[in-house]
Write a protein that binds this ligand. Structure first.
Ligand code: UTP
Length: 285
């Protein structure tokens, strides 16, 4: 069984909910205080043992590549000035981690974005997918947990979380057989159901470990009414043919693809910093 060492970061979306900021700044580079969303996701992946990062990008997102480039001159200057803490902040990615950037061409949905990684994944290899706009604060690494279950069972494994009734229709939602601790076999998966038709309140969130066979399924997945290829539709086929398992997220997730989630994530992280927390509380008073 091959180790899971590759992760796909779909960053080709248009981020329309953050216009005009996203005219020139990729949504994934919006910061939670001082660190961009994509860096949190990359750090999670590297900590989970990922050694190849595959970014599926659009033409306007060169800044993501720039963000992970080393800056040796500035780094040397900071070190010369004794500003080691600033030099460290420039080290956004260990040099031994491989980065690959693939253009998506057109934003035809998450499924289409994942499909672009096909040539980089071997047939007997499982790989991770991380959506950087799902910002997660957890005691244990969420991706490590998924990888462990996927590797043990050699089965596609997705991360889920209970979502509020008024948000159900924005998620892929699963039906599950009995939960054993945080793990369940999925019995059904539906993209954006109404509350009445949802098989449960467990929504799929932005962490997946997928087998190579997902590519073939994506190639045969029709576009939806928005002309997008949905990953959930391909997962339905995976569920039918190979089985699919779900892991409950243990931790707190913020949907930073929407403004409310993004502001809440910033507040949450700010409140963890005693200095900032004190100033914010004072000014709110
Ligand atoms: P979203 O639907 O949340 O992102 O996709 P979006 O389309 O950029 O956002 P809005 O709705 O216009 O504000 C979830 C993830 O999938 C990626 C996005 O970059 C995001 O990380 N994605 C989406 C792609 O890579 N390509 C796509 O065609 C669509």
């Amino acid at each position: 069984m091959k180790k899971i060492t590759k992760a796909v970061f779909p960053v080709g979306g248009m981020g329309t909910r953050f216009l005009p900021a996203t005219k020139s700044i990729p949504k994934e580079l919006l910061p939670i205080i001082d660190k961009p969303l994509i860096q949190y996701a990359v750090e999670e992946a590297v900590e989970a043992g990922i050694t190849t990062l595959i970014f599926i990008t659009s033409a306007t997102k060169h800044a993501i590549s720039d963000h992970f480039d080393p800056m040796p001159d500035l780094r040397a200057q900071f070190i010369k000035q004794g500003k080691h803490h600033l030099a460290e902040k420039l080290d956004t990615l260990p040099l031994e981690i491989q980065r690959v950037f693939i253009p998506q061409g057109q934003p035809l949905g998450l499924g289409h974005a994942v499909l672009q990684a096909e040539s980089l994944i071997e047939e007997d290899e499982m790989f991770a997918v991380l959506l950087a706009d799902d910002f997660i604060e957890a005691d244990s690494n969420p991706l490590s947990c998924l990888i462990e279950h996927a590797h043990q069972q050699q089965k596609a494994t997705i991360s889920v979380e209970q979502v509020a009734a008024d948000r159900i229709s924005s998620y892929g939602v699963i039906g599950a057989q009995a939960w054993h601790d945080d793990l369940a076999q999925v019995s059904e998966i539906v993209e954006k159901p109404s509350v009445e038709n949802a098989p449960s309140d467990f929504g799929v969130i932005g962490r997946y470990v997928l087998p190579h066979s997902i590519f073939q399924r994506l190639r045969h997945t029709d576009m939806d009414h928005n002309r997008e290829i949905q990953l959930t539709d391909a997962l339905k086929q995976t569920l039918q043919d190979e089985g699919l398992q779900a892991v409950k997220l243990s931790g707190q997730r913020f949907d930073c693809g929407c403004q409310e989630g993004f502001v809440m994530a910033n507040l949450h992280v700010a409140m963890e910093n005693p200095d900032l927390a004190k100033k914010i509380k004072q000014s709110i008073k």
